[in-house]
Design a protein. Structure first.
Lengths: 261, 273
């Protein structure tokens, strides 16, 4: 699992070391280090402005780090970024697909962008997995939030990514649809051995999906461990309480007990 | 059935084709967009065509250079719409909040701009070919009659449009939709000083060096030489091409610098409406 100063192994999908990003006077990401093994799921948590989006932006190559290194699937991101991105994918409810295009047209375009050898076959396969058939030829702008999320996930899995980045994958979905999406993600990880990095504010989701959790405050790692470890260390029954302890600076169970005496 | 991604570290025409296909789907699914491509060039051509008819009836000079205004207008539209087609195709991605998907895909910046060039050409063909054909029966002016000169004028104006397009999309990447207005308006700065409808000699002396620094000025002077003096000025073509080489290099340089600045500033993760 993750270590504070990670050493890269051959089974690592992602290794982030001493990552720094400064915007003016603000250190948005301040010496961040973690690793994500292949087949693992890492939850990246933090309050608004904690540095999650900037970190994901740097991993995807959209933001230039001011320091540190990012290695994905054993290769440096500063090398052939395009070839690396062909083995990754991303899903977020805050990014859309063209509304005027049908679901099939959008998936066809992205299949070609990712160089998927049999785009039509892969779309058919994903349509069955994500139950897209009833609206495959409907315009993307006419879909419900749940349908849009399913399409976005289908797009994210078109190229069978070895590293899948998910930003709030079930935001604004009803509990039934959200549960269905989580099951699909678990299935995908189990079947392919892909690594998943999930940024989420839904602690129940993180508890269920993630085997490793990083909680950020002010761009630094404030807590790091498996969900079980964190709950034990903070003396809490759920990650939500752990999260509140961390972001409100209440400390671990031992620290709270020491402060009380 | 193989679904393994075919990865390529070089320039991919497949990815360029995917982006062109994406734009083609957009046009096919949205007839107002396709109509709009033809609408403004047609309205402009009709207006200037009737002005040309009126002025020709009053002036022997203009009567001897039939189609001068219409030709100027059509070439101006090539310049304007090559830039707008380039920038609007990019803006479509921002308006639809799709830019994030593209920037996090294997699509390289060089492939993205190559697709914008291809889309700009498609938009021009859809918008301009019908208008040039309408001008033949209505005003007796056949722009295709300019032959090789038309191809030279067209290519030069296209390159100038793309050079400005590079600057605009760089500004859009760096400053987001706050820079959107430039894609509509920036080209109009060139309209009075690139001498679309009148010779450079009409300008005040102190503005003329600025005018001659603009590649379109050489094209429009060359067009008047063909239509009025019936002479093809190779010197003007050569100077337009030399200036365009500088302009496109400047546009690409500005785009790459603005893209790098956007990566440093983190503005690529804040794109959208």
């Amino acid at each position: 699992m993750a270590e504070n100063v990670p050493r890269e192994g051959t089974d690592d999908a992602l290794v982030v070391r001493d990552l720094v990003k400064v915007f003016g006077a603000v250190r948005a990401v301040d010496g961040l280090s973690f690793r994500l093994p292949r087949g693992g799921t890492l939850g990246l948590l933090g309050g608004n402005g904690a540095g999650k989006t900037t970190t994901i932006g740097m991993i995807m190559g959209l933001v230039e780090p001011d320091g540190g290194t990012i290695r994905i699937l054993g290769r440096d991101l500063r090398g052939d970024r395009s070839a690396l991105l062909a083995e990754m994918n991303f899903e977020s409810p805050y990014v859309d697909m063209p509304h005027r295009l049908t679901v099939r047209q959008n998936l066809t375009v992205f299949g070609r962008l990712y160089g998927v050898a049999d785009t039509a076959g892969r779309i058919a396969e994903l349509s069955r997995d994500f139950a897209l058939e009833p609206f495959l030829d409907r315009r993307s702008g006419a879909l419900s939030a749940g349908q849009k999320t399913r399409v976005a996930l289908a797009k994210a899995l078109l190229n069978r990514p070895k590293l899948l980045m998910l930003d709030e994958p079930t935001a604004s979905l009803d509990p039934d649809t959200a549960d269905w999406i989580r099951t699909r993600l678990e299935d995908y990880r189990r079947e392919t051995g892909a690594a998943l990095l999930i940024a989420s504010h839904n602690m129940a989701e993180v508890e269920r999906l993630c085997d490793d959790v990083v909680i950020l405050t002010a761009g630094r790692i404030a807590a790091h461990g498996t969900p079980g470890d964190l709950m034990t260390r903070f003396g809490r029954d759920g990650l939500e309480e752990v999260f509140l302890d961390v972001v409100r600076g209440r400390g671990t169970a031992a620290e709270r007990a020491e402060a009380a005496t | 059935m193989s679904t393994t991604p075919r990865t390529s570290s070089g320039f991919s025409f497949g990815r360029v084709g995917a982006m062109v296909l994406r734009y083609w789907y957009l046009l096919a699914n949205s007839w107002p967009r396709a109509v709009e491509l033809v609408y403004w060039p047609t309205v402009n051509m009709l207006t200037w065509g009737f002005v040309q008819s009126y002025v020709s009836a009053k002036s022997s000079y203009f009567a001897g250079a039939a189609g001068l205004f219409v030709a100027a207008l059509l070439l101006w539209d090539v310049l304007l719409r090559s830039q707008q087609g380039f920038a609007f195709a990019f803006l479509e991605e921002m308006w639809s909040r799709n830019l994030g998907n593209l920037l996090m895909s294997p699509l390289k910046p060089s492939e993205f701009v190559a697709s914008l060039m291809a889309i700009s050409l498609i938009r021009l063909a859809i918008g301009m070919i019908p208008v040039t054909l309408i001008a033949i029966p209505l005003f007796g002016f056949n722009v295709w009659g300019l032959g090789a000169a038309l191809a030279a004028f067209f290519a030069n104006l296209l390159i100038t449009g793309w050079a400005i397009g590079f600057l605009i999309i760089g500004l859009l990447l760096r400053h987001g939709l706050g820079a959107e207005a430039l894609s509509w308006s920036l080209m109009f700065v060139l309209l009075p000083i690139s001498c679309v409808y009148y010779p450079v000699a009409t300008l005040p002396v102190w503005i003329r060096p600025i005018a001659w620094a603009l590649p379109p000025t050489h094209v429009f002077e060359g067009m008047r030489a063909v239509m009025i003096e019936h002479v093809f000025r190779f010197d003007l073509l050569a100077s337009a091409m030399a200036l365009n080489a500088l302009w496109i290099a400047g546009g690409v340089f500005a785009f790459t610098r603005l893209l790098a600045a956007a990566r440093r500033a983190g503005s690529l993760v804040q794109q959208g409406e």
